[in-house]
Design a protein around this ligand. Structure first.
Ligand code: ADP
Ligand code: CP
Length: 320
């Protein structure tokens, strides 16, 4: 039995591929849970986090479409909390079902989590986080005519998406609650969608209209709960240099210094692999005896058996 405290951040493909229906997302999470249960089977204490970019963008569109004076659309911070609830509900049930199939008597609980950000974060005047569906150029011209305050960017050749501010997390209000759940043997689902962005004013936490990157929020949580491992699960088994080029090279074990050199070379795409690499670096910088891992859900079995995936450590890696 390993008994490590592990924060696992689930990438978009763990929840939503093409079909945004509740049924399809629940089915995807059932498949995801089958991979996650392997950690629990071998005695690890899991804390699960997840993204919400597509879901929160879709929710804002639904809110706007049905809003009236008597039934107003909810602001973005509240919409993030709503997606924590809906995805947490799906994840909680999916994992509980798979735990029961494996005859494991373990409880799962979603924590509506507020993540503290700075009021002065420059991100509030420079939106970068893509949310919701992809549009064509003609579609965004129409949307912008009706919503001049909204910003759109071209997203990696896949079309245009709305972008919103994405401030950096500086604290996780419920990190102690998360640790208490872990100590009680419960699997918490926390910092969903990067957490609800809040600023502290005296004793009050006030919501901000933004979407925090879930990789950065997961890193902050992992730091605060004293995790042994931060695992970022995405669509690729490894981080690569020269990604998608003929001379592509898979990274297996890599140090912070090596990653910083690759960052300077521009090896990691902004908004996709770069935040994961930066979150991994931040984590091992803050907890030098811990490690971060970037790999895919499908590779979890091989990671557990032989350490396959990209393992990031402060200094040279000796074991997984
Ligand atoms: N250097 C790189 N190595 C590996 N993947 C990369 C690299 N640069 C960009 N990527 C892309 O980044 C993707 C992960 O980012 P993204 O899809 O935004 O993450 P998420 O799983 O959190 O939704 C990978 O699936 C891959 O297509
Ligand atoms: N909040 C967040 O980072 O969501 P995605 O991972 O879905 O972009």
């Amino acid at each position: 039995m390993t008994n490590r405290k592990i924060v696992v951040a689930l990438g978009g493909n763990a929840i939503l591929s093409k079909d945004a229906s509740a049924e399809a997302q629940q089915q995807a999470l059932r498949e995801t849970a089958k991979y996650l249960v392997e950690f629990i089977k071998q005695g690890d204490q899991l804390i699960i986090s997840h993204g919400n970019g597509p879901q929160v963008g879709n929710l804002l569109l639904q809110q706007a479409a049905g809003s009236t004076d008597k039934n107003p659309a909810m602001p973005l911070d509240t919409a993030v909390a709503m997606t924590q609830g809906s995805i947490g509900y799906w994840m909680q049930n999916a994992l509980s079902e798979v735990l029961a199939e494996n005859k494991l008597d373990v409880d799962v609980a979603t924590v509506v989590t507020q993540v503290e950000v700075s009021e002065d974060d420059q991100a509030f005047t420079n939106p970068t986080k893509p949310i919701g569906p992809f549009y064509t150029k003609d579609e965004i011209d129409l949307i912008k005519a009706q919503n001049p305050d909204q910003t759109f960017v071209e997203d990696a050749g896949r079309g245009y998406r709305r972008v919103v501010p994405s401030p950096k997390p500086i604290g996780v209000k419920e990190s102690r609650v998360v640790n208490k759940l872990v100590d009680a043997g419960i699997v918490p689902i926390s910092v969903g969608g990067g957490g609800v962005p809040v600023v502290k004013r005296g004793n009050r936490y006030v919501g901000k209209e933004a979407v925090i990157d879930k990789d950065f929020a997961s890193e902050k949580l992992a730091e605060l709960v004293g995790a042994d491992l931060l695992i970022i699960l995405t669509a690729v088994d490894n981080i690569y240099v020269n990604f998608n080029k003929p001379n592509q090279k898979q990274l297996n074990e890599v140090t912070v210094d090596e990653l910083n050199t690759y960052i300077k070379e521009g090896q990691f795409a902004k908004g996709s692999m770069l935040p994961k690499v930066q979150a991994a670096i931040d984590f091992v910088d803050n907890r030098p005896d811990s490690k971060a891992v970037v790999t895919s859900l499908e590779n979890v079995g091989r990671f557990l058996s032989d350490g396959s995936g990209t393992i990031i450590s402060k200094t040279a890696v000796t074991s997984k």
